[in-house]
Design a protein around this ligand. Structure first.
Ligand SMILES: Nc1ncnc2c1ncn2[C@@H]1O[C@H](COP(=O)(O)OP(=O)(O)OP(=O)(O)O)[C@@H](O)[C@H]1O
Ligand SMILES: [Mg+2]
Length: 254
């Protein structure tokens, strides 16, 4: 068996929110490894800390203590300008709340992220158009987010996360606003990206979406409460796979 390479490692990772007098401990001394090229799924009930964990892994929020390491590099030791470069060049992120800029068109919402990488303007716009067409948004390029459907907005959010062709993609419930067929299309897109050896870490509540992963981490009370390895996704095995995932989740009280 080929040994997998770790791409992200957490050690003793903690996140406490201090909004009230009492802190809320959301992530508690979490030790975890994410492997290169994996399609890792994170599940857990609402409020179990999935989004928080994704923010910590992707350096979008500060940890309270502990470590998040990308190989030899530790996020907590990166200087502010290194963090900016890291977020820009190394990770793509599909937000749970979509987060499009309301006054920019579909094309501009994606291009604004593409331009962060300092490439030629016309190349960025061409790449954005190509990607948006692949996602079935060719007729929406010049519309505002408020003028397109929730599912279309979700696909714009996907384009924005893919435009810089990063090695790691984080996705927080990317199929949440989509119907079954749109969700299936999006999962096919993510599977294709993963086939190109990009690592994906995806949070989902959806059993079908979870089956796309090759590993499922179940989060409970700020810790890992289950870790299931699944083989490579093959549509022929879908029924068996769904049953395996269902049994795994049921045992954890999902
Ligand atoms: N900025 C914040 N300030 C205070 N508490 C927060 C903050 N963000 C999240 N929390 C709390 O942390 C806990 C975990 O939230 P998180 O958003 O990570 O959950 P989740 O597993 O993604 O939930 P869902 O499935 O509903 O998206 C919740 O109790 C939430 O209320
Ligand atoms: Mg969430």
């Amino acid at each position: 068996m080929i040994e997998k390479k770790i791409c992200i490692e957490t050690k003793n990772l903690c996140k406490t929110y201090y909004n009230s007098k009492q802190g809320v401990h959301v992530i508690k001394n979490l030790d975890m490894e994410i492997y290169e090229g994996d399609f890792t799924i994170i599940m857990g009930v609402s409020g179990s800390g999935k989004t928080t964990l994704l923010y910590l892994l992707s350096a979008l929020d500060e940890m309270t203590s502990g470590e998040v390491n990308y190989g030899e590099r530790s996020i907590s030791e990166m200087k502010p300008n290194e963090l900016v470069d890291f977020r820009r060049n190394e990770i793509g992120y599909i937000f749970q709340g979509i987060n499009l800029v309301p006054y920019l068109s579909v094309l501009e919402n994606v291009a604004v992220i593409g331009k962060l990488k300092n490439r030629k303007n016309s190349d960025v716009v061409e790449n954005c158009k190509k990607l948006l067409c692949e996602l079935g948004l060719e007729d929406e390029l010049f519309r505002l987010p408020s003028e397109i459907s929730g599912g279309q907005q979700q696909r714009v959010a996907v384009a924005r996360a893919l435009i810089n062709d990063c090695d790691i993609l984080f996705a927080d419930e990317p199929t949440g606003a989509l119907n079954t067929s749109q969700g299936g299309n999006l999962l096919d897109i993510l599977s294709n990206i993963n086939d190109k050896n990009k690592s994906i870490v995806m949070v989902t509540h959806d059993l079908k979406a979870a089956c796309r992963g090759n590993r499922i981490i179940y989060l409970k009370d700020g810790k890992i409460h289950g870790d299931l390895s699944l083989g490579e996704f093959r549509i022929e095995d879908l029924e068996d796979r769904e049953q395996t995932v269902y049994n795994f989740l049921r045992k954890r009280g999902w």
